[in-house]
Design a binder for this molecule. Structure first.
Ligand code: ACM
Length: 540
């Protein structure tokens, strides 16, 4: 394959004779629609290679031509390399950008640095013709910045890593019981109080280890605008998640009136310092709906994505069962029971978002009690939830925890970090099939994509996140982008061989992935309890 191993694998590759050599200065032709890719080439690839892209006179350095081509589909591209010229043609602007990502891989691992190696020999590309297109429109990565905060710079770095892998949706999990991470100008206590917790359990229940340092942080609205713009430059959409009506204790700690005050002393609640499904959920009142309309109103000003994620997962109904206010609301709305109440809550925001030209997406549990029309589902509970949602006519993003939760452990053994749930190896992720076999072709068309999720209960640093996410996200990216055979026929050995080159790229990018030779011992967390292999279902 062009003498270089591409990840994700492209559709078709024809290799020719010879190479294109980049001089110190390369003439850049930029057609309409290719401006962002031109900026990226000049900036990122220019910094890595020391090559000046854009000189009017190529001074013998050859020509790189960027533009659109009719007839190519969304995000598709054609890359043609001859000894004189490199042509990147996209079906749209994103396609041109993905072609540039392929060019970077063809240049070799040193092209992933931020400054050139001294005394490097010339940069060359193999003569070839590549035609490529993605299998799924939604190729997502969820980053949980609520359980452990990741400063802005870390998020921008993950966007760069996603671009390398042709992933195009960053699902930002911005709120949870353990922290609220988005500045909301109308309700400042959400971050003044809700972004900070006093201490943190290290590991899952009943781990006896605590980190007694305060933890927290949040993004200002300007930070979030920068993240959105940086993503857009890379043809990545940021889908924000505000999790309601469960996973809301950080908000309740900031504004106790958001909780079920008739059955719980919510003024005594702090930001949660431990993990698991939590009973302190939002009250189903008009006041709470108005409050969250304010929150989503500010959010819509920042995030242009069509989809807005409202969470909806793991909302225990126990407080609503005991709460006279909630029971009166069930009667008033005529929704029958607590599931109906959750459904009414979700439907409210479905309508509210639709009126503003957006679409609601939530976790499987929004199906309970009937799901609003037009809403989409992030399906995390194995395959069953996704199948049910598709059959009810909804669009689905498949992210089953059993397959693509990247906080799950990568091996057994004492040198692994906190062991979560079952072992998911790189090969397991490579053999993940997003479309359930039970679906007909018409039903399968509702699977709009797939997503890998990294939850950060036990990942308390960027280094820990790197170890959990890579290299498994590289395998996931190939599943999401490439047309692979059914799992048993997948060429695992071929992928492993291509990964040898890809590890060198990840090294150049400074990614602390789990090496194929085994764990990095400094990731070990002695004495910290995770969740044993054959234990109860994981808490996520
Ligand atoms: C989830 O893992 N609770 C979406």
């Amino acid at each position: 394959m062009c003498g270089v191993e591409l990840i994700p694998a492209p559709q078709t590759v024809r290799q020719g004779e010879g190479r294109f050599a980049l001089g110190d200065a390369v003439r850049l032709e930029v057609g309409p629609g290719a401006e962002r890719t031109a900026r990226w080439l000049r900036g990122v690839l220019g910094a890595a290679t020391g090559v000046e892209f854009g000189a009017q006179d190529g001074a013998g350095g050859g020509t790189v031509s960027l533009g659109l081509e009719e007839g190519l589909g969304a995000e598709s591209y054609r890359l043609t390399v001859t000894p004189e010229r490199v042509e990147l043609r996209g079906g749209d602007a994103a396609g041109v950008f993905w072609a540039a990502q392929t060019v970077r891989q063809l240049l070799g691992p040193a092209a992933f640095r931020r400054a050139p190696l001294p005394n490097r020999a010339a940069w060359t590309l193999p003569v070839c013709e590549i035609a490529d297109r993605p299998r799924f429109a939604w190729r997502g990565f969820l980053l949980d910045v609520a359980r452990h905060f990741m400063p802005k710079d870390g998020v921008l770095r993950h966007l760069d890593l996603m671009a390398v892998h042709k992933l195009n949706v960053l699902h930002l999990h911005l709120t949870d019981d353990q922290g609220w991470r988005m500045e909301v100008r109308g309700h400042p206590r959400l971050t003044e109080v809700g972004a900070w917790r006093e201490r943190t359990r290290v590991g899952l229940e009943p781990s006896p280890v605590w980190d007694e340092r305060p933890h927290g942080g949040f993004y200002t609205q300007d930070d979030l605008r920068e993240i959105v713009a940086y993503a857009a430059e890379r043809h990545i959409t940021v889908v924000p998640e505000i999790d309601v009506p469960g996973h809301s204790q950080a908000a309740i700690a900031a504004y106790p009136e958001l909780g079920n005050t008739d059955v719980v002393d919510t003024a005594a609640l702090g930001v949660l310092d431990r993990w698991g499904v939590n009973p302190n959920v939002l009250a189903p009142t008009e006041t709470v709906l108005r409050f969250y309309e304010d929150v989503f109103g500010e959010l819509l000003e920042i995030f242009p994505s069509t989809f807005v994620h409202v969470g909806g997962d793991e909302c225990p109904k126990e407080q609503w069962r005991r709460s006279p206010v909630a029971q009166a609301r069930i009667a008033e709305l005529g929704v029958g029971d607590e599931d109906g109440l959750q459904s009414a809550f979700v439907r409210h925001f479905d309508r509210w978002l639709a009126e503003r030209g957006r679409r609601l997406i939530g976790w499987d549990e929004i199906l309970e009690g009937g799901l609003a029309e037009g809403a989409a589902v992030s399906s995390w509970q194995g395959y069953a939830g996704g199948i049910a949602a598709v059959r009810a006519g909804h669009d689905v993003v498949m992210c089953p925890q059993t397959e693509v939760y990247l906080d799950w452990r990568q091996a057994d053994g004492p040198d692994e970090p906190v062991p979560i749930a079952h072992v998911r190896t790189l090969e397991d992720v490579y053999r993940f099939e997003p479309v359930p076999a039970e679906l007909t072709a018409a039903e399968a068309a509702h699977v709009i994509g797939t997503q890998a999720n990294v939850w950060t209960e036990v990942l308390d640093s960027g280094r820990a996140v790197d170890y959990a996410v890579y290299p498994r996200l590289s395998a996931f990216a190939e599943v999401a982008w490439s047309e692979l055979p059914a799992p048993p026929e997948r060429d695992w050995a071929g992928f492993e061989a291509r990964m040898r080159t890809h590890y060198a790229r990840l090294d150049a990018l400074g990614v602390e992935y789990r090496p194929p030779s085994g764990p990095r011992p400094w990731q070990r967390r002695p004495g910290v309890v995770g969740r044993p292999k054959d234990g109860p279902p994981p808490i996520v």
